[in-house]
Design a binder for this molecule. Structure first.
Ligand code: SF4
Length: 326
């Protein structure tokens, strides 16, 4: 392992079985939610997973959080296979890796005071006195832009943006090294999205954290991420720095995805590429390149027969693309 690396996915697959029948249930197929991905992320960086809904980005994040177990492959954090952790090593992982989800309503217990919500990870994993916990809660509330006295309030007494600040505070309380951010601003009013994105960026510096970001909005990823991984039907089809990907997307699917997004300047005109056909079912994905039934630039029969691997795009140092055109 490179000692600057915090997260690594090695050939990770997650297939969900589909069963039929009530009394004599039998497996009738598999959903290929994540279908063999390799990723690496260095300390202090932000990697965003992008793609249409159902592409596997949320399942990928859930695998890093141990909320799903891989069907194949390994997810490594700081050189340890997170699905093999036990005892003290598992406890350490649970304090070092935390998550912030899309909807602060569902992630905050409405019957608990903010003080108790935020302190929960500390109580479960550390032996601290009451005053030490109170001091730590007051500090993280200040860090996320709330007042320490708001610790006594309940979630319903906060606005949507403030509730997301509470969710961020409860993720920060254990001083984590990595945050998994699953659509952290998409449920918020447009007017406060940038405040929360700025806050997350400031906290990343202050706490020295690494972010794995799941977002369908390309504007959010462009603003927050260093690296982008574009996913289609459970596979990574392009992986590069944000600058390189926005400047010149290579994979035909990425080109279509980016062409539908707003340009960064109104004077810039971008021709929208309209994809025909539906996203194929992940139960029985197409052979070869799974994008071939919809690809406007298909390179020939090889696209139907051979799965393209991620390779360095010509003339680049770290821009990977999976496509037979390259
Ligand atoms: Fe299109 Fe073929 Fe490239 Fe797939 S491999 S994106 S079908 S050109």
């Amino acid at each position: 392992m490179d000692n600057t690396e915090i997260l690594r996915f090695e050939g990770v697959k997650k297939h969900f079985p589909i069963t039929k029948g009530v009394i004599f249930s039998r497996q009738a197929g598999q959903v290929h939610a994540v279908d063999g991905i390799d990723l690496a992320l260095a300390h202090g960086q932000t990697l965003a997973l992008v793609g249409e809904s159902g592409c596997g980005k949320t399942t990928t994040a859930r695998l890093a959080l141990r909320l799903e177990t891989p069907t194949d492959g390994r997810v490594m954090v700081d050189g340890e296979d997170v699905h093999q952790l036990q005892g003290a090593a598992l406890k350490r992982y649970r304090t070092r890796v935390q998550a912030v989800f899309q909807d602060p309503w569902s992630s905050l217990n409405p019957r608990m005071r903010v003080r108790d919500i935020v302190a929960e990870t500390l109580r479960v994993n550390f032996s601290l006195s009451r005053s030490e916990i109170e001091q730590r809660v007051a500090k993280v509330l200040l860090d996320v832009g709330l007042k320490p006295e708001q610790a006594l309030n309940y979630p319903h007494e906060f606005s949507g943006g403030q509730r997301q600040r509470v969710a961020i505070a409860s993720a920060l309380i254990s001083n984590p090294k990595m945050l998994i951010l699953d659509e952290p601003v998409s449920a918020l009013d447009v007017s406060i999205r940038s405040q929360i994105m700025n806050l997350l960026q400031d906290l990343q510096q202050q706490y020295g954290m690494t972010y794995l970001l799941v977002a369908h909005d390309l504007g959010t990823t462009r603003y927050m991420a260093d690296w982008l991984a574009v996913m289609y039907l459970g596979r990574i089809v392009e992986y590069a720095t944000v600058d390189s990907l926005f400047k010149e997307p290579r994979n035909p699917y990425t080109k279509a995805l980016f062409s539908a997004a707003l340009p960064d300047h109104p004077d810039k005109r971008r021709e929208e590429i309209i994809l025909t056909g539906e996203v194929p079912s992940p139960i029985d994905p197409p052979s070869g390149c799974s994008f071939h039934p919809r690809c406007p630039l298909k390179a020939g029969s090889i696209c139907e027969q051979v799965e393209p691997k991620l390779k360095l795009a010509p003339g680049t140092k770290n821009h990977l693309v999976a496509c037979h055109l390259y």
